[in-house]
Design a protein around this ligand. Structure first.
Ligand SMILES: *Cc1c(COP(=O)(O)O)cnc(C)c1O
Length: 393
């Protein structure tokens, strides 16, 4: 059970969160909140979710101790292997929960929006399994950049709609998905991919991801006989990080969420309102939302889940950032020392651990490996290929 507190009745973590939506969406958010609370306290729903997590997603995910890299860095390094889940990341934990909830609510249509395509693929997967029709909104620019994921979604039976408005990227896809939801809420369910958006999403997605922390806490005690000194994960919207933090927030562990330098919403942002929530947000002097830039498309978002803004403000968690150059080194470091190719998102965490190791000598560090790197190898071949060629001479 998570050690994190529930939000207030109006969906706030401290001053963050809330429900900043147009009038037309208030009833939909309220219906969702009621349905989630009922489902979450219903043993039949929880039992069905547990069964899918085991028999479909492959849970529990294992712990792997990194003896080689740990020795090199002078720390005890342990990975929580969310990369071994079906579809290759932690995202399946959330979409299975929301797809089951959609079916329970009698909604036949599953709507999602996606940037790099990972949440779209996970949503299309869960919809295929549970017999829901699925529509995925994606910025037109991203549709072109992510042709392989677009094909995956179509193969799984989903319809992919290219958002043609604005900058034709993720934030435009979010707007179009919201518009669709307003118009079709009677038979449609909107599946958000991280601990973001209006209440109850940040709370609900956290509960679905808290399985990571629940498992890891038990597994760490079995493996090491105690709680870790440091628990760390990458932060895009913040769902994999909150999932693992939830198991350790009531211990003495240092909680560290690693952001990309070009999208450090907690580190460099100011409080603002976007996509239905109040949270730290990258803004310019006029209060316009700034574009985020990261080598990893999955972390390329100007905002962050409201509970991370709260954990940062209260001092319970810290949010350092790493540069793209450090990420490239981290990507190769874990591959070469442990034979594990991480997702670029997770390479951020490897990079932070390598940088911080001199200050963590002898400590036990638990890292959430949120996804595998298969999706990133083509991109990294362009970056690292010439270096590997040079090594041969
Ligand atoms: C999508 C994704 C992320 C970023 O999402 P969070 O909500 O911050 O967890 C991180 N890692 C992987 C592997 C992802 O696919």
């Amino acid at each position: 059970m998570t050690g994190l507190a529930a939000p207030s009745r109006d969906g706030r973590f401290g001053e963050f969160g809330g429900q900043y939506v147009p009038e037309t969406l208030v009833p939909a958010c309220q219906e969702l909140e009621r349905a989630f609370h009922e489902a979450w306290s219903d043993p039949a729903f929880r039992g069905e979710l547990t069964r899918l997590q085991r028999e479909y997603a492959g849970r529990p995910s294992i712990l792997t101790e990194c003896h080689n890299l740990g020795r090199r860095l002078g720390i005890r390094l342990i990975l929580k292997r969310e990369d071994l889940n079906h579809t290759g990341s932690h995202k399946i934990n959330n979409v299975l929960g929301q797809a089951l909830l959609a079916r329970r609510m009698g909604k036949q249509r599953f709507i999602a929006e996606t940037g790099a395509g990972q949440h779209g693929v996970a949503s299309a997967t869960a919809a295929a399994l549970l017999g829901l029709t699925c529509k995925v909104y994606m910025g037109a620019v991203d549709v072109e950049r992510q042709a392989l994921n677009v094909f995956r979604m179509r193969l799984l039976g989903a319809e992919v709609e290219a958002a043609q408005s604005g900058s034709r990227t993720l934030k435009d896809a979010v707007n179009e998905a919201m518009r669709d939801w307003v118009a079709s809420v009677e038979h449609s369910y909107y599946c958000i991919g991280s601990v973001m958006g209006p209440h109850p999403y940040p709370f609900m997605v956290r509960q679905f991801q808290s399985i990571i922390g629940d498992e890891a806490r038990e597994q760490m005690r079995e493996l090491t006989g105690r709680d870790p000194d440091v628990v760390t994960a990458c932060v895009g919207g913040g769902s994999n990080a909150i999932g693992i933090f939830s198991g350790f927030v009531d211990t003495n562990a240092r909680l560290v969420g690693v952001e990309p330098a070009g999208g450090a919403a907690v580190g460099r942002g100011v409080p603002g309102v976007v996509h239905g929530m109040k949270s730290f947000l990258l803004q310019d002097e006029e209060g316009q939302v700034q574009e985020a830039h990261s080598i990893s498309a999955g972390l390329d978002y100007p905002g962050v889940g409201p509970e991370h803004s709260y954990l940062s403000s209260s001092g319970r968690a810290e949010y350092p950032s790493v540069t793209d150059a450090e990420v490239i080194e981290g990507f190769q470091l874990l591959s070469r020392t442990e034979g594990i190719i991480p997702a670029l998102e997770c390479a951020h965490v490897v990079a932070w651990i390598a940088r911080e190791a001199p200050n963590m000598q002898g400590k036990t560090v638990l890292m959430n490996l949120s996804g595998r790197g298969d999706k990133d190898v083509a991109q990294m071949m362009n970056v690292l290929g010439p270096r590997l060629d040079a090594e041969r001479h």
